[in-house]
Design a protein around this ligand. Structure first.
Ligand code: ADP
Length: 251
C-alpha cells in the first residue's frame, strides 16, 4: 500500500502538486489521468522517492519514505517510463538484469529469472541479445517491464509506458500488460492521459487537474456521476472515430 498524506511539491514559482492525500489500494491498478502538466509524473516520482515532497509524507508498506530507507524501498518498486529508459550501450539482457548484477546474483539465477520473465512478457528470448536501438518500440517496453519486474517488486509504477507506441502495438501491449497485472496481483500505479486506456486498466481512477485531485472513482462513476464539468469535458473531448459523420450529414 502507498499512502500520500498532505503531500505538496513546488518548482520555483510553479505548484506541481497541491497539498493532497491519496491512498493507493494494494494489489489493484490505480490509474492517474489528467491533462498534460496536471501533476501525474510528479506524483509517481514522489511515490518512488525520486523527488521529496516540500510538505507531507509518502508511506510505502507502512514505512514513511526517508533518506535512510528510500534506496531499500525503491528495490520493492519497479518503474517504467515512456521511452523505457533502457541504456543504449547495453543489450536487452544486460538492461533487464541490471539489478541482478548489482546484487551479485549467479549467472544461473539470472538466466532462470530472465527465462521466466521473457515468458511472462511474451518476448522472444533471442531479442535479449540485441541493443535497444535494434528493437521495436513494443519490444523495448517489454524489456523495460522485465527490468522493472526482475526483483519481483510489490509495486509497479508506470509513467505513460505505451505513450510512444503506434496504436496496433499499443493495443497488443495493453492486453498483455493487463493480463500480467492480474496474474501477478501487484499494486500498480499507471499514468496515462488516454481515457480509453485508463478505463481498460484501472480498477481505481484518479483524475488530476492543476496538481489537485478532481475526482477519484471507477470509470462508470466518472462518466455517470462526474464531480464537475471538467470531468465530463475531459472524458468527452476524446473523439470517437465516427463522431464527425453526424456533422457531415448535416452539411
Ligand atoms: P504531467 O505528468 O501530468 O504532465 P508533471 O507532473 O510532469 O505533469 O508536471 C506538473 C507541473 O510541474 C507542470 O507544470 C510542470 O511544468 C512542472 N514540473 C514538473 N517537473 C518539473 C521540474 N523538474 N522543474 C520545473 N517544473 C517542473
Amino acid at each position: 500500500m502507498i499512502t500520500l498524506d498532505g503531500v505538496r511539491k513546488e518548482y520555483e514559482n510553479e505548484v506541481a502538486v497541491r497539498t493532497l492525500s491519496l491512498q493507493v489500494p494494494p494489489q489493484q491498478t490505480t490509474v492517474l489521468i489528467g491533462p498534460s502538466g496536471s501533476g501525474k509524473s510528479t506524483l509517481l516520482r514522489l511515490m518512488i522517492g525520486l523527488i521529496t515532497p516540500d510538505a507531507g509524507t509518502v508511506t510505502v508498506n507502512g514505512q514513511p519514505l526517508s533518506d535512510a530507507n528510500v534506496q531499500a524501498l525503491r528495490h520493492r518498486m519497479g518503474y517504467v517510463i515512456q521511452e523505457g529508459g533502457l541504456f543504449p550501450h547495453l543489450t536487452g539482457r544486460d538492461n533487464a538484469a541490471l539489478m541482478a548484477h548489482h546484487f551479485g546474483w549467479s549467472q544461473a539465477r539470472i538466466d532462470a529469472r530472465l527465462n521466466e520473465l521473457t515468458d511472462l512478457v511474451q518476448l522472444n528470448p533471442d531479442r535479449l541479445s540485441q541493443s535497444p536501438s535494434e528493437l521495436s518500440g513494443g519490444q523495448r517496453q517489454r524489456v523495460s517491464l522485465m527490468r522493472a519486474l526482475l526483483l519481483d517488486p510489490d509495486v509497479l509504477l508506470l509513467d505513460e509506458p505505451l505513450g510512444a507506441l503506434d496504436p496496433m502495438v499499443r493495443a497488443d501491449l495493453q492486453d498483455d500488460l493487463r493480463t500480467i497485472f492480474r496474474r501477478l496481483g501487484k499494486t500498480v500505479v499507471f499514468v496515462t492521459h488516454d481515457i480509453g486506456e485508463a478505463g481498460f486498466f484501472g480498477d481505481h481512477l484518479v483524475l488530476l487537474r492543476d496538481g489537485a485531485i478532481e475526482q477519484q472513482d471507477p470509470m462508470p462513476a466518472l462518466v455517470h456521476d462526474p464531480a464537475s464539468t471538467f470531468v465530463t469535458d475531459f472524458i468527452d473531448v476524446q473523439r470517437a472515430p465516427l463522431d464527425h459523420l453526424g456533422d457531415e450529414n448535416r452539411e
